[in-house]
Write a protein of this length. Structure first.
Lengths: 119, 112
């Protein structure tokens, strides 16, 4: 399967600051990446679909001006949490759509996640 | 809107017991994935099932895709403490490149 990395693995920041999270596809080119948010012992909540070279598609209820997504290359997507507040504290996970690699099935491969804590 | 109902949500068993996790939907999926996630880590893919009626085995784990491709199950035989974790099922729609539909997850705890 695809190898996906995230950086940083954890970050603590002060309220009002911005935090950038990187998601990299290490072994194949990904035209589509996904960003999720997860609360303790809950399932993943899709935030947005990141498409290389075009604007991200945000899920209903997710503020696009607060969660900025940039997918400038086939191996890198970034999520920037702007003016972070304590309620933004969560586990953020990205995934890569392994369509090509999985021979036609929409298997996704996930990064290790980034724990964001906003004080 | 496609939904995946996953049950049970929580499961606490003793080592050596068997268990089954179910994912059900009224919608047809082109494929269905099962993931396992440990605290503080991303989900790790266990299996992808594509064909209706398909059964896949991964050591003590058996995955089944329903004939109509609307439901799936994960059966663990002789559970071990190392099986503890969050199990997620996720269905893929017919349109390629779209997001998966996730179940709410099953938190499994196996005690020795």
């Amino acid at each position: 399967g695809a190898v996906v990395s995230q950086h940083p693995s954890w970050v603590i920041c002060k309220s009002g600051t911005s935090v950038k999270i990187e998601c990299r596809s290490l072994d194949f080119q990904a035209t589509t990446m996904f960003w999720y948010r997860q609360f303790p012992k809950q399932s993943l909540m899709l935030m947005a679909t990141s498409n290389e070279g075009s604007k991200a598609t945000y899920e209903q209820g997710v503020e696009k001006d607060k969660f900025l997504i940039n997918h400038a290359s086939l191996t890198l997507s970034t999520l920037t949490v702007t003016s972070a507040h304590p309620e933004d504290s969560s586990f953020y996970i990205c995934s890569v759509d392994g369509l090509a690699e999985a021979r036609g099935t929409d298997t996704q491969y996930f990064g290790p996640g980034t724990r964001l804590t906003v004080l | 809107t496609q939904l995946l109902e996953q049950s049970p949500q929580f499961l606490s068993i003793q080592e050596g017991e068997n268990l089954t996790v179910y994912c059900n939907s009224s919608s047809v999926f082109s494929s269905l994935q099962w993931y396992r996630q440990e605290p503080g880590e991303g989900p790790v893919l266990l299996v992808t099932v594509v064909t209706g009626g398909e059964v896949k085995k991964l050591k003590r784990l058996t995955f089944q895709f329903g004939d109509a491709r609307k439901d799936s199950s994960l059966h663990i035989t002789a559970a071990q403490p190392g099986d503890t974790g969050l199990y997620l099922c996720a269905g893929a729609g017919r349109q390629a490149g779209t997001a998966l539909i996730f179940g709410k997850g099953t938190t499994l705890s196996v005690s020795s």
